[in-house]
Design a protein around this ligand. Structure first.
Ligand code: HEM
Length: 165
């Protein structure tokens, strides 16, 4: 334990801030692989993958965002950073991410789960070949466009937090 005595309370909260970023957003970078493998290997897995997707958004992402924000508020106050651009950007990023996750990602993933279940059930009654509908494809396009935007926003925010402070 060489480092522990030198670590300040501020450093611990900074570590929590960064841990919360990893907890909230880490898994989202794996979504494209998860869905590509699911669609190719077994389309029957898609409804459960969408359920996993929006459950992660409700729990890890929303909870992580609260922790990122709470720790960020402490760091900005303790370090007198409120007037700096990176803090205002961070606040804006948290608001945009929270809004898009709640208003677009969660409802779209829920709808995709329902439509995929319907398409799979239709295939079972019509010869077994699964044809995912145009409605499902449109929902997936929306999820992947907004999801990519959110991932880019997270990476840009990390860049600003690191180079501006
Ligand atoms: C998605 C949102 C956010 C991400 C990804 C993020 C990421 C980070 C990262 C990676 C660092 C470490 C930078 C370094 O040590 O070089 C950092 C530091 C910091 N963040 Fe954030 N942050 C976010 C939101 C916020 C918010 C909302 C606030 C304020 C309300 C905030 C305030 C700060 C402050 C003040 C520091 C510097 C702390 C210090 O070194 O004393 N962040 N952030």
């Amino acid at each position: 334990m060489i480092l522990a005595p030198a670590a300040s309370f501020h450093d611990v909260i900074l570590a929590i801030h960064i841990m919360a970023v990893v907890i909230a957003f880490g898994v989202t970078f794996a979504y494209p692989i998860m869905f590509a493998v699911g669609a190719r290997r077994d389309p029957r897995s898609l409804p459960v993958l969408h359920r996993i997707e929006y459950t992660i958004e409700r729990t890890l992402i929303n909870g992580g965002l609260v922790l990122v924000l709470g720790a960020g508020i402490f760091l900005a106050s303790d370090g007198h950073h409120w007037s700096e651009f990176f803090v205002q950007w961070g606040l804006g990023a948290v608001i945009v991410i929270g809004t898009l996750v709640g208003a677009v990602m969660i409802p779209t993933a829920k709808r995709a789960e329902t439509v995929a279940e319907r398409d799979i059930a239709a295939a079972a009654g019509g010869g077994g070949q699964i044809e995912l509908s145009e409605e499902y494809q449109a929902l997936v396009r929306r999820l992947s466009t907004v999801g990519s935007l959110l991932s880019a926003l997270v990476l840009i925010t990390i860049l600003f937090m690191t180079i501006q402070r």
